[in-house]
Structures are given as structure tokens and as C-alpha cells.
Design a protein around this ligand. Structure first.
Ligand code: 8YV
Length: 310
């Protein structure tokens, strides 16, 4: 078993090492490295994080590979066609992270709308006793939230926001539940929404799906939240809109080139920035780790994986 990435808890390490002969590496190993070349022909499974995934070159250098287990719901860092062409199984860890990721989306939305970082700094910088001016924020009640990608996480975000008195609309290419709430187009959704929450999967189909037009349709009072993938939006267009006030605010947990976040974004007051931590709770990560290992043990015991992607 090849174990990639640096997200593994002591529990996962122990479980995987008890079941398999393991080779741990934080990055993607390269063919030509003598240590890797010595074990590559015998690797039958890969356990990897959602962000590290596997590269086409790595898959090509593992002739005996049968299964890739992703610790995360997103499989955009995995070359799906290549795996399918070789009949390599792929599993992920859906459901067990849905609630925590949805909670985090709401947290980012509230923090951006009510401008939490600004208020925190106001107190720390002792601007309160100095009676420095503060502008009132806007309320959520009565506003419209547009959810892009109405899958498990998108629907969980919608359920939470309804409790805040927010009207829900959504957009995704395929039909979904509550068809009366589905907008005809992404631009149409942005035009009728005060807030946009991005919950769609990453990958080729959604790359830069959110461009300047959609961002600006939200408007100067609008808020955009991204808990999906940095790849789904045009980061430069977002920055330009936030700088000029054509978009009101943003809450971002994911970025185009993680872990790098553009200085222009870091300099803005109307954004809340977090380091890709939607599922980063003890409970979600424990459940994800267990499920990622369980998929491998089931498969190698001759049983169907628990949560197969393909
Ligand atoms: C993690 C994620 O960042 O589930 C996903 O798709 O983005 C996150 O849960 C990552 O996958 C942890 O390995």
C-alpha cells in the first residue's frame, strides 16, 4: 500500500499498517527514485488525501495498482479516465463530512456578511474605547441564497440557511430535488440571489465556472462563499470585483493555488479567508480516516468497497 499526504492520524496509520505493508510519503513519489522504483511494482493500493490525489504519471508507474482510496469527497485530483481505462477502483468518503462542511459554509457566510474579522480586529486594536466609526452590517433574514451544486453538501447548507429565514434557490446542470427552486441558468441564479454558496465538485466540468459576469451579478451588496474548490472560480475576477466594490464580500476556504493565497486577497477587508478546513474536525476526520481504510480492507478481503466512486 502506498500512503500519500500528511493528513493521517495515529489511528489511521495504525489501522493501515496492521492490514497492509505500507510505504508512506507526503508528496507524490517519482519514478527514477531508487527507493520508489524498488517497491512500485508491488503496490496494489493507494491511500491518498483529497488534495494530493494521484497523478497520471504515478498511476503509470504502478503496474499492479488495483484501487485508489481518497480521504475526502472530492476526487478532482484523480485522473478518472485513466483509472477507468485500467479498471482501477476508486473510493471516497462521502456523507461523514457533510454536516461539518455545511456548518462551515454557514459560518463563512455569517462571518462575511456580519464582517466578523473586522469586528475582532476593532476590539483587539482598541478602537472601541476610541469610539472609532463602525458601519452596520446587513441581516440574513429575508435574503436569497443561491446554492451552486445541490448535492449532499449543497442541500445540507440549504437546510441550515432556511432556519435563518433565508430563501433558497439553486443551480446545477442536472435535475435535482425541489425543482421549483432550481434556476434556469447560473447567471440567472446570481441575479436573483443576495448570496452565492459554491458547493459543486471540482474538475474539468466546473473549472472557472464562476467568472466576472456571475460575480458582478451578485452586486455591491452581494456575498460569495466558496467551500468547493479554488478551481471553480476565476480568482483574479473575484479579486477585481471585491477591490472595486462591484462585489460586497466573500468567504473563501479554498483557493486556486493552495496553500498560496494571493497578496491582493489577503489585503482586502471584505473577505474572510480560511485554509481549506471545511471537514477539519476531530469527528469528521476520524470518520473519513476510518472509511478510507475500510474501503481498502473490504476490497482486499474480496468484498465490494463501502463507498465506491467507480
Ligand atoms: C480535505 C476535501 O481537504 O473532502 C474533500 O473533498 O476537500 C477535504 O475534506 C481533504 O480531502 C482531506 O484529505
Amino acid at each position: 500500500m502506498l500512503v500519500l499526504g500528511s493528513v493521517w492520524s495515529a489511528e489511521v496509520r495504525e489501522q493501515i499498517q496492521t492490514a497492509f505493508e505500507c510505504h508512506f510519503t507526503s508528496g507524490i513519489p517519482q519514478a527514477g527514485d531508487p527507493e520508489f522504483d524498488a517497491i512500485a511494482p508491488r503496490i496494489r493500493g493507494v491511500l491518498t488525501s483529497g488534495t494530493v490525489g494521484v497523478t497520471p504519471a504515478l498511476v503509470a508507474s504502478l503496474p499492479a495498482l488495483e484501487i485508489v482510496s481518497v480521504h475526502g469527497v472530492g476526487v478532482d485530483a484523480v485522473p478518472l479516465d485513466l483509472l477507468a481505462a485500467r479498471g482501477i477502483r476508486l473510493t471516497n468518503t462521502p456523507d461523514v463530512l457533510t454536516d461539518d462542511v455545511a456548518d462551515f459554509a454557514v459560518l463563512l457566510l455569517l462571518a462575511a456578511v456580519r464582517r466578523l474579522p473586522l469586528l475582532d480586529r476593532y476590539v483587539r486594536d482598541e478602537r472601541w474605547p476610541a469610539k472609532a466609526p463602525l458601519t452596520q452590517a446587513r441581516s440574513l433574514r429575508g435574503k436569497v441564497a443561491g446554492i451552486v451544486g445541490f448535492g449532499r453538501i449543497g442541500q445540507a447548507v440549504a437546510n441550515r440557511l432556511q432556519a435563518f429565514g433565508v430563501e433558497i434557490r439553486y443551480y446545477q446542470r442536472s435535475a435535482g430535488p425541489m425543482p421549483e427552486r432550481r434556476s434556469e441558468s447560473l447567471l440567472g441564479l446570481a441575479e436573483e440571489s443576495d448570496m452565492l454558496v459554491l458547493c459543486m465538485p471540482g474538475g474539468a466540468e466546473t473549472t472557472r465556472m464562476i467568472g466576472a459576469e456571475v460575480v458582478e451579478a451578485l452586486g455591491p451588496e452581494g456575498t460569495l462563499v466558496n467551500i468547493a474548490r479554488g478551481s471553480v472560480l476565476d480568482e483574479a475576477a473575484l479579486i477585481a470585483a471585491l477591490e472595486s466594490g462591484r462585489l460586497g464580500a466573500a468567504g473563501l476556504d479554498v483557493f486556486e493555488r493552495e496553500p498560496e493565497v494571493p497578496a491582493a486577497l489577503r489585503a482586502l477587508e471584505n473577505v474572510v479567508l480560511t485554509p481549506h478546513v471545511g471537514s477539519f474536525t476531530v469527528e469528521a476526520r476520524r470518520a473519513m480516516g476510518r472509511l478510507a481504510v475500510a474501503n481498502l480492507t473490504a476490497y482486499f478481503a474480496g468484498q465490494p468497497p463501502l463507498t465506491p466512486v467507480v
